[in-house]
Design a binder for this molecule. Structure first.
Ligand code: SF4
Length: 65
């Protein structure tokens, strides 16, 4: 079973520049305006740094069947 990153938009206040975008080591997160960040799954290595960093728990690393 592998891990996959999910965004819980309801947890994201969408009112600021997402701090997790900068902690991603591979540039897999991007943000347009103050919208919730978007995941580029072709880059994401499911390392969990962004999900650990997000204070709102809007980025969640979960199991993928
Ligand atoms: S899980 Fe890791 S690689 Fe994927 S978006 Fe978050 S910080 Fe980037």
């Amino acid at each position: 079973m592998s891990k996959r990153l999910f965004i819980k938009k309801d947890n994201c206040p969408q009112s600021h520049a997402c701090p997790s975008v900068k902690v991603c080591p591979v540039g897999a997160l991007s943000q347009v305006g103050f919208n919730a960040p978007v995941i580029d799954y072709s880059k994401c290595i499911a390392c969990g740094k962004c999900s650990n960093f997000c204070p709102k728990k809007a980025l969640v690393l979960g199991e993928q069947n």
